[in-house]
Ligand binder design. Structure first.
Ligand code: F6P
Length: 496
């Protein structure tokens, strides 16, 4: 890559794309004009432009579940109709948004509600938590103290309940299906805690549900007025733009929630309209395929140089790995190429003191996405400059490497390790919306190119099913019907 930079003084400008306040320099990749031309022509031969059109038109791209994936309609800014199977979904989106907005202003004005607990897991947790924490770092730095209860871990449950005053708490049970084991178990526990403190009626007044299965929420005892719907055509990991974002809107305010949607819509416009060779989600997707399939790089590292984005990588792990960690093709065939890489990472500069050794000198290579905000929101400009300098330095070190002094091979840095540098003007609701939509579209484009359905997640079903069986057996002291190892573990942990 260093030779390519030497040969072309315009390389950095040439391999950069700017979309509103989001700038991406992808010049530190193992590409030249010919590579991009060939990758783009491959994408054309795979009919990616038609797939992008089909996504925005609400076509049933989620073939195994016969559903559209129309999350872009949730953030559309043009007020136009959005059709799925001939029926316009724009009016129901508008009605739900209006209900959310009213609720947000009513609850934010209600001085007797000071704590919010969102109960949900996967897409019903990771997106809302990531955005809420990115827009205000600590639980208590918003209008409410906010908590996200996702894991089935009594320690977390204890800590959260000990931090909240039940009479001042609003509980949001967020679950597309309203059947997810973790969520329903946690909801039962929190409901019992409310019941004990404020009685059944008081508990019911303090519980709201966000779900694509309103009848189940009603059966659970949630009042109809407290149910915020979303729809089958919104995938869990693509859902933070829907009522699943209620916790975001409550914590950071409705205006900022709208800005989040507007930022995503700006990236949507770019994805829908830009030619493939100038289309950032497409370029990032092609680079990902280039490394996965031509270089056999097995993982992709994402390092936000911003502690506010500390939940971004966990969020992205679900988005990308649940979308593209698949081996069965859209036609039910076995996919012949390698698909989704392992996504990993954590904020810098901390991570420099953890896994950057591996990135610089390990035997494997992982392309890195650096994510940096040009301006910070705190009172220490030189602290921010130091942080940004570290990100730029790491990207340069990965590119250029360093010749070891004689006799000290352990100080050799080979360099020639690829990275993208994503620079946001500021980290705010708008730019987070853009960033998330960028990665959503990248995942979709990659999945399309690999030939998989990025919108289903059958791979999580077996473990869920077995957990229910094993839990039953565990609590009934029955260890039969398993392999010897599973049976042995069950008898060891047996309650008796
Ligand atoms: O992990 C599997 C999954 O189905 C995710 O796709 C989803 O985001 C999560 O579980 C939670 O599902 P639900 O919102 O239905 O509770």
């Amino acid at each position: 890559m260093v030779d390519l930079f030497d040969a072309d003084p315009q390389r950095a400008a040439h391999f950069s794309i700017e979309v509103g306040p989001l700038f991406c320099d992808f010049s530190k990749n193992k590409i030249d004009d010919e590579t991009v031309r060939l990758l783009v022509s491959w994408a054309e031969s795979q009919k990616l432009p038609a797939a992008i059109k089909a996504l925005f038109e609400g076509k049933l791209l989620n073939t195994t579940e016969k559903r559209a994936a129309l999350h872009t309609a949730l953030r559309s800014q043009d007020g136009k109709a959005c059709y799925i199977n001939g029926s316009d979904v724009a009016p129901e989106i508008a009605i739900t948004k209006q209900k959310m907005q009213q609720f947000v202003s009513q609850i934010r004005a209600n001085k007797s509600i000071n704590y919010i607990i969102n109960i949900g897991v996967g897409g019903s947790d990771l997106g809302p938590k990531m955005v809420t924490r990115a827009l205000s770092r600590k639980a208590g730095h918003q209008r409410f103290e906010s908590y996200f209860l996702s894991n089935i871990d009594g320690h977390v449950l204890d800590d959260i309940l000990a931090s909240c005053e039940p009479s001042e708490t609003l509980v949001i049970v967020t679950s597309k299906t309203f059947t997810t084991l973790e969520t329903m178990h946690n909801a039962d526990k929190v409901k019992a805690w409310l019941d004990d403190a404020v009685g059944e009626q008081g508990a019911n007044e303090r519980i709201v549900a966000v779900t694509a299965s309103p009848e189940r929420a009603q059966e659970y005892g949630v009042a109809q007025g407290n149910i915020f719907p979303f729809w089958e055509w919104v995938g869990g990991r693509y859902s933070l733009w829907s009522a699943v974002g209620l916790s975001i809107a409550l914590c950071v305010g409705w205006d900022r929630f709208e800005k989040l949607l507007a930022g995503a819509a700006e990236m949507d416009r770019h994805f829908a309209e830009a030619p493939l060779d100038k289309n950032l989600p497409v370029i990032l997707a092609l680079l990902g395929c280039w490394y996965r399939n031509w270089f056999d790089y097995r993982s992709h590292c994402v390092v936000p140089y911003d502690e506010r984005l500390k939940y971004f990588v966990p969020y992205l792990q679900q988005l990308d790995m649940e979308s593209n960690g698949k081996a069965v093709g859209r036609a039910g065939d076995s996919v012949s190429v390698k698909t989704g890489p392992v996504i990993w990472g954590r904020p810098g500069s901390n991570s420099q003191h953890a896994f950057f050794q591996w990135l610089h000198q390990g035997k494997d290579i992982a392309p890195v996405d650096f994510i940096v905000a040009r301006k910070a929101k705190h009172k220490h400009p030189e602290t921010h400059q130091l942080l940004v300098a570290n990100a730029i330095a790491q990207a340069e070190a990965l590119l250029c490497g360093k010749q070891a002094p004689g006799g000290q091979p352990h100080r050799q840095f080979d360099g020639n390790r690829p990275s993208n540098f994503i620079l946001l003007e500021k980290l705010n609701a708008f730019s987070i919306g853009m960033l998330v939509a960028l990665y959503e579209h990248k995942a979709f484009a990659q999945g399309w190119l690999w030939g998989v359905n990025s919108f289903d997640q059958w791979g999580v079903e077996l473990g869920k099913h077995l957990a229910s069986t094993i839990f039953y057996q565990f609590t009934h002291d029955d260890h039969c019907g398993h392999d010897a190892s599973t049976q042995g573990l069950l008898s060891r942990v047996s309650l008796k």
